[in-house]
Ligand binder design. Structure first.
Ligand code: NDP
Ligand code: 2IT
Length: 451
């Protein structure tokens, strides 16, 4: 194997991965990005090839799929599908979010779980990787319907998780409300109050700063990248996609650092506010999205700004882009537009928001491009800190958690520079994050034998 050049190594490995799981495009996309980054490193370190670490990494340790039956408010019976992908436990219990969205399938959850393994390793905390969820759509459901769904989902999931085994959290469509219902049902079924989920309310075992952590962390990471070029957020124009958990707190932190956020979006369209979204307008967005579960279009109506129906925000001129909605939300054309408009920083709050061609363009043009597994690791990092606090049976202050988060993001940046620096003025953060995340997991797998 090690005599082959890296291109044929990647091609051969991808042929193998695709033949094992045809029809899983998102999973293949995530694996391809990682294998491309790792090829030279693996060829230089053939012990990993002999131990078949890559082949083992793409094979989930376990996948659980189950039926989730529930009744809606009219008494109709609904059947959804539930999943948990337990990807890798080499460095700790499986850890990763739950996604409730109609598009959820095995390919998407395997891509997310695979990314999570390397991301969690980068945080330096002892967490393996997993991901789960359901094709349940929480939109237009009453609180009672969401509760009944969560209870049914957890009735099965509770057999497979635990504070030392697998610790889920939130992701798209799963926030504080859902984690509450899930936790309540787990506690009732198992008769134990443990840190089996993260993202809990602060009054019942949650950590301060967990809701903020992914968005804040992505901005801290972008700030570190900008520092390498003597730049900062001050006075910069920032485009953000999404208007959920990650987008809201990314926006909050950018404002604090003196940047101007001009866009937000949801799956129906984007708003463009040329004057900038200030803290008052952001409070309105939080109320609109979190309390009323409204649409971002209402922002455009309230503040009299343009609404780009059915469009993503990347046509708007910006210095910094923070994609915080979902996978494959920046294609090649959109990436070109961003760069033509002068955007020189892309930090991914979402998982895999840039498609493969967009990533290649960002790397070729040598902008500051921070891939999701590095830039959005702040969320799971504070989940790890929530687990620590639960184990110690105490709670840290906001300042303490935020300081730890900030230092974890700086360390991840350093790790990316260590493995991804290609010249005195260019770091390939994709390569840095992939190798940086891989080494610890691979060495742990080697140490633990063929399991
Ligand atoms: P939320 O459910 O809070 O918000 C998701 C946002 O993205 C909403 O504005 C939603 O719009 C939009 N969105 C979702 N799916 C699509 C789609 N298919 N097309 C267009 N827009 C879409 O989720 P989060 O903010 O928690 O998650 C956002 C991203 O960040 C995801 O990629 C997630 O995996 C990633 N992430 C989240 C972490 C966390 O701690 N929560 C940690 C690390 C990464 P609409 O309301 O119309 O659906
Ligand atoms: O993609 C992610 O890192 C998350 N959704 C957060 C996972 C977690 O366990 O906090």
């Amino acid at each position: 194997m090690n005599t082959k050049n890296s291109k044929s190594f990647v091609d051969d490995f991808m042929a193998y991965a695709k033949s094992k799981d045809p029809g899983q495009p998102e999973f293949h996309q995530a694996v391809h990005e990682v294998v491309e980054s790792l090829a030279d490193y693996l060829l230089d370190n053939p012990r990993y090839l002999h131990a078949k670490i890559l082949e083992r990494l793409i094979e989930p340790e376990r996948i659980i799929q189950f039926r989730v039956p529930w009744t809606d408010d009219r008494g109709n019976i609904n059947i959804n599908r539930g999943f948990r992908v337990e990807m890798n436990s080499a460095i700790g219990p499986y850890k990763g979010g739950l996604r409730f969205h109609p598009t959820v399938n095995q390919s998407i959850l395997k891509f997310l779980a695979f990314e999570q393994v390397l991301k969690n390793s980068l945080t330096s905390l002892p967490m393996g990787g997993g991901k789960g969820g359901s094709d349940f759509d929480p939109k237009n459901k009453s609180d009672n319907e969401v509760m009944r769904f969560c209870q049914s989902f957890m009735t099965e999931l509770s057999r497979h998780i635990g504070q030392y085994t697998d610790v889920p959290a939130g992701d798209i469509g799963v926030g504080g409300r859902e984690i509450g219902f899930l936790f309540g049902q787990y506690k009732r079924l198992r008769n134990e109050f443990t840190g089996v989920l993260t993202g809990k309310g602060v009054e019942w075992g949650g950590s301060l700063i967990r809701p903020e952590a992914t968005g804040y962390g992505a901005v801290y990471f972008a700030e570190e990248m900008m520092k390498t070029r003597g730049e900062s957020f001050k006075g910069k124009t920032v485009a953000i996609s999404g208007s959920g958990n990650v987008a809201q707190f990314a926006c909050e932190k950018v404002l604090e650092l003196g940047g101007k956020v001009v866009t937000l979006s949801d799956s129906s369209g984007s708003i463009h506010d040329p004057d900038g979204i200030d803290t008052e307008k952001l409070s309105y967005v939080m109320e609109l999205k979190n309390a009323h579960r409204g649409r971002i279009k209402e922002y455009a109506e309230k503040y009299g700004v343009p609404y780009l129906k059915g469009q993503r925000p990347w046509s708007i001129k910006c210095d910094v882009a923070l994609p915080c909605a979902t996978e494959n939300e920046i294609n090649l054309e959109e990436a070109k537009t961003l760069i033509t408009n002068g955007c020189f920083v892309v930090a991914e709050g979402a998982n895999m928001p840039s498609n493969e061609e967009a990533v290649h363009l960002f790397l070729a043009t040598k902008i500051l491009y921070g891939p999701g597994k590095a830039a959005n690791a702040g969320g799971v990092a504070v989940s790890g800190l929530e687990m620590t606090q639960n184990s110690m049976r105490l709670a840290w202050s906001r300042e303490e958690v935020d300081t730890k988060l900030h230092s974890i993001m700086k360390n991840i940046h350093e790790m990316c520079v260590k493995y991804g620096s290609e010249s005195s003025d260019f770091t390939n953060y994709v390569k840095g994050a992939n190798i940086g995340g891989f080494v610890k997991v691979a060495n742990s797998m080697m140490a633990q034998g063929l399991v």
